[in-house]
Design a protein around this ligand. Structure first.
Ligand code: PFF
Length: 465
């Protein structure tokens, strides 16, 4: 492994934890990308925004926006082996670029606020699925179960605290012994469950026509459905999916070894992540059409529609439990990476130990998170810009903070850091023989991504055009 410049090492005399192998780097990074984004958001947004046209916009955003931002973030973090804020401070001393890292840490709290709550619902749903409470083909019944769950303030809060504690315990174990080890076990299980559910959905007896209809919904785009607001949602999803625009990948990149091939890892993570989203769509939509359910229900799809669909299929109870377990597994790696952003900063920049930093982050999160947890009960009537806290944190982070963060990260790499430095950092000082790929990436990150993000953001918000 090449040694990095000693001047760039953190001031605190600590042997910095890091991912240990190329496979470990890949699974941890993929583990951050995979999550509720694939199994809850992607199907819900695809259903609500007209299907294949949305999928197309999401895939194009992933390639032209998500991937360049991901490579930019990873290389920023790896070059400094430091948290997001410190990385910017070292690369641009005396400038305000560190604010991009700070905005990211704030976004991590906003995302975790609603994310941990959705994971809590998933966990609380597992006993309901096992006990047969969800065994109905009537969405009105599952809706009742769901509404009574989310409008119960105690269950919502306690469920969220349990999720936060679960993530905190793994975070305290560390980067290699916690994050890397756990994601290495969970990711293969996730693929196996998802493929089994996909096969079940595609082989439903006597439903060939509906299955084709479900696949057409997913793969035959009707471009008239693409408004700027749909494009902004698709781009927001691309950011959210790849965990970019807020310093998560800067933080993870800081744990990469110096010989890691960043463009290659980022490309593979992106491909695997899109594949999982598509597989989730294939697992869900043919079955939704086969049982005459409504694809456009939005966030309730996972909790209201899917149980009625699985209930009607052979082996449905098992499939439903498997789907919930799958979702909880996928969400773990994502929550770990979100948590790591503030923890890395606190543990490196203050005198706090990693354990203390984790506990403080967890308490702060429980406070902010309670606003999302109580959004359907105690705080149901509190609306900001017409949105409950739950929806506000979701909208603010995906549709605003991540695109803004991603814009500045690309501008930084393309226009501030400069080509020779970026080339050296991404070719591992010329040892990787990938200069052509790096040049191509640099051109996209410098010219295409920032303009695209700006146009979609301004038009999507209705501020322009
Ligand atoms: N990528 C995760 C998902 O799709 O569920 C969510 C996420 C994780 C977003 C980490 C942002 C982040 F920094």
């Amino acid at each position: 492994m090449a040694q990095s410049d000693p001047a760039l090492k953190p001031k605190k005399p600590l042997v910095r934890d890091h991912f240990t192998t190329t496979l470990g780097i890949f699974v941890a990074t993929l583990g951050s990308a995979l999550g509720l984004g694939n199994l809850w958001k992607f199907p819900a947004l695809t259903g609500a925004n007209g299907g294949a046209a949305f999928v197309l916009a999401y895939i194009i955003s992933t390639i032209l926006v998500g991937l360049p931002v991901m490579i930019s973030e990873l290389v920023i973090g790896r070059s400094q082996h430091a948290n997001a804020i410190t990385s910017f401070r070292r690369l641009a001393p005396g400038k305000l670029w560190w604010l991009v890292g700070a905005l990211g840490a704030l976004a991590a709290f906003f995302i975790l606020a609603f994310y941990t709550e959705v994971v809590a619902w998933v966990l609380l749903y597992i006993p309901k699925a096992i006990s047969g409470e969800l065994a109905t083909s009537d969405p009105a019944v599952t809706e009742k179960v769901f509404v009574s769950l989310i409008s119960n303030p105690v269950a919502s809060l306690v469920g969220q605290w349990i999720v936060i504690a679960y993530v905190a315990v793994i975070i305290i174990a560390g980067v290699a012994k916690g994050i890397e080890r756990v994601t290495r076990i969970l990711i293969p299980i996730l693929f196996a469950i998802l493929i089994l559910i996909g096969i079940r959905s595609l082989t439903l007896p006597g439903k060939a026509a509906e299955i084709r209809q479900g696949l057409a919904f997913l793969f035959t785009p009707d471009l008239t459905k693409l408004t700027f607001s749909v494009l902004l949602t698709a781009m927001g999803l691309a950011f959210f999916k790849l965990s970019v625009g807020m310093g998560t990948m800067i933080t993870y990149g800081s744990y990469f070894t110096d010989d890691a091939n960043i463009p290659r890892i980022a490309l593979r993570v992106m491909l695997a992540d899109v594949l999982v989203s598509i597989l989730a769509g294939v697992a869900i939509f043919p079955a939704v059409f086969a049982f005459g359910a409504e694809p456009a229900v939005g966030p309730g799809l996972l909790f209201i529609t899917i149980p009625t669909v699985t209930n009607t299929m052979p082996l449905g109870g098992v499939v439903m439990v498997a789907f919930l377990v799958l979702t909880a597994i996928a969400a773990t790696g994502a929550m770990l990476s979100l948590f790591e952003v503030p923890v890395a900063y606190l543990a490196e920049k203050t005198r706090l130990t990693r354990t203390q930093a984790t506990v403080i982050t967890a308490v702060l999160l429980a406070l902010i998170g309670s606003t999302a947890a109580l959004s359907s009960s105690t705080l149901a009537n509190v609306k900001i810009f017409g949105k409950t806290f739950f929806d506000l944190w979701d909208y603010l982070s995906s549709n605003l903070m991540l695109p803004i963060g991603g814009f500045f990260i690309c501008v930084f790499v393309g226009w501030v850091w400069g080509w020779p430095q970026v080339r050296d950092a991404l070719t591992n000082k010329g040892t990787l023989n990938n200069e052509r790929v790096v040049k191509f990436f640099y051109g996209i990150a410098k010219f295409v991504t920032p303009i695209l993000v700006l146009v979609v953001l301004l038009c999507g918000l209705g501020l322009f055009g």
